[in-house]
Design a protein. Sequence first.
Length: 153
Amino acid sequence: MSGFPGTLAAVYHTLLFLHVLLAFVLVAAVTLFWALILGTRPGRPALTPGAAMWLGRTGAIAVGIGSVGVVIFGIWLAIERPEYHPWDGWIVGSLVLWAIATGTGQKAGRLYQQAAMNPGEAVVLRGKGLRLQVVAAVALVLILVLMVWKPGA
């Protein structure tokens, strides 16, 4: 029984490490999408269409893994630690913001893909995509604020 507290600490640190690692993957992927937005501007593209599509797919995979992983390990952490609960306000707020970020980010990605395939509508589609990407990025920053300061915890 004497090794039990050390085991609990090891589980907590492992979960925390994975949660933070996947959060980093998610933030890195969103940063990649901002680079794609800037690197594929009509009239001033810095990337070839093939490179942009490859980076977009890679970023989408990273966002998927990071998004799902942070939620799984975050909820697991909230269950694992007696001082946190999945229904704590800052955790519920983070989950709501996560849903907003993933929903708007996915829609933004679809709009950018449509813009790449429809050059005549690219300006309008990219404008809508940019607004949605800003919402996703702001939601992600707010999640980070909640995770760091844990208001009400």
